[in-house]
Design a protein around this ligand. Structure first.
Ligand code: OOG
Ligand code: NI
Length: 407
């Protein structure tokens, strides 16, 4: 029988293979990440693995997907739920600059053994169709009609997902079928895009067009983890792949100073051939730029107090050693039997960086009117839509630290 843990590892691998055939520059990114990781390991020895074993880091990916309706989001939760991935955190990208008309969560394993077995996580955004800052009543009505008419996930896939969640395992043939259907659900569709409809949405927000302008969803990017993101950035540029102009998140730390939170960068969205349906009904070959490659480096998770200082003062406001960060309760650590501090790696996302990643890959700033009324969306809304617990990231780190202390 196949377990959710095995299913997750195989799903991450299947998506990686798919994305590599669809976006060849992703394969380059994975190759360069592995070169950099091998070099860091050779130079740093055991210290290089303080934020995760090389096996974990090599297999580690995060994906990003975008859906249109609460119903679609609830279905995503069932598919990922079958893989032992649970919703963690609430991110409101409408507050970003430029504002993006989505709210998001991340599906991921929540306990340490599961994260160690395979840490696959997916940043998942849902369009806010009734937010008047972006969509007037007419566009909202048309969006609702378009989204209601599509099916992202076939009933067979959802049925298999529910069986896995109910039984805790699936027979091998059913697991294979789940993986085929789930992977296919995130592949780029050959279905023609309605040119006029897509263009209307794109004038408002290219993310809205990517979500509500097409009849299927797709993986937007798949992100390997690297142990030295500055080295990676240089090597990608040396290979002739244009990266966005900066690394999001905290700056590089001096040697010996702990890395905190998450650093990310990406290469620009590439032009991909897509079929378009014109107003006269004819279908022509065109191109869209929406999918890109991103890479991340992870550091120790900060406590709410540590995060507040980081958000206000940057790295300069935080002490420069594990001992001091732990003593002042600014970052999460546990102690091994010998009393040495082990960092708890940050497993989540940063709204400012996410906004930067979104923004660097928009075709235009879009159009929004901040004077108009926002629609209410918060963690409670997200939890109701998901119909399952929405985990608070801090509660997860706290619980893990407490469990160690209790041993
Ligand atoms: C998600 C952008 C955010 C990250 O790593 O912060 C993100 C998207 O482009 O759909 O993936
Ligand atoms: Ni990402």
């Amino acid at each position: 029988m196949v377990t959710p843990t095995q299913l997750r590892a195989r799903f991450a691998e299947a998506l990686s293979t798919l994305y590599g055939t669809e976006v060849p520059a992703y394969t380059t990114l994975v190759e360069v990440s592995q070169e950099v990781n091998a070099d860091v390991l050779a130079a740093g020895g055991a210290d290089a693995e303080r934020l995760g074993s090389i096996e974990r880091v090599t297999a580690e990916r995060h994906g990003a997907i975008r859906v249109g309706t609460p119903e679609e989001l609830a279905q995503v939760a069932r598919v990922f739920g079958a893989c032992g991935m649970h919703p963690v955190g609430f991110y409101d990208l409408r507050e970003a600059t430029p504002p993006i008309p989505v709210v998001s969560t991340a599906f991921r394993p929540v306990d340490r053994a599961e994260l160690a077995a395979n840490p696959f996580r997916v940043f998942t955004s849902v369009l806010v169709v009734d937010d008047r800052r972006f969509f007037d009543e007419q566009v909202e009505a048309e969006l609702r009609e378009f989204l209601a008419a599509r099916t992202l996930f076939p009933p067979e896939l959802l049925g298999l997902a529910d069986r896995m969640e109910r039984d805790g395992s699936l027979p091998p043939a059913d697991a294979d079928r789940f993986l085929d259907l789930a992977t296919q659900a995130f592949a780029l569709s050959p279905e023609p895009v309605d040119r006029a409809w897509y263009a209307r949405l794109e004038a408002i927000s290219s993310v809205a067009a990517d979500i509500g302008g097409v009849s299927s969803t797709h993986i937007n990017h798949l992100t390997p983890r690297v142990l030295d993101i500055d080295a990676l950035y240089e090597r990608m540029e040396a290979r002739g792949i244009a990266m966005i102009d900066r690394i999001q998140g905290p700056p590089r730390t001096a040697p010996g100073v702990p890395d905190v939170l998450l650093r990310q960068t990406s290469f620009r969205a590439l032009s991909e051939p897509r079929a378009f349906r014109e107003e006269d009904g004819s279908v022509v070959e065109g191109a869209l730029r929406v999918r890109f490659g991103e890479v991340e480096q992870r550091g120790v998770a900060l406590t709410p107090r540590g995060r507040e200082i980081y958000d206000r003062e940057g790295l300069a406001g935080l002490p420069a050693t594990d001992e001091a960060l732990d003593a002042a309760d600014l970052a999460y650590y546990v102690r091994d039997e010998a009393g040495a501090l082990l960092p708890l790696v940050y497993e989540d996302f940063l709204p400012k960086s996410a906004a930067g990643i979104f923004a660097s890959n928009l075709t235009s700033e879009g159009r929004s009117d901040s004077a108009r009324e926002a629609s209410a969306r918060d963690a409670a809304w997200m939890r109701d839509v998901l119909g399952r617990e929405l985990h608070d990231p801090y509660a997860l780190y706290e619980a893990e630290r407490a469990a160690h202390r209790g041993r």
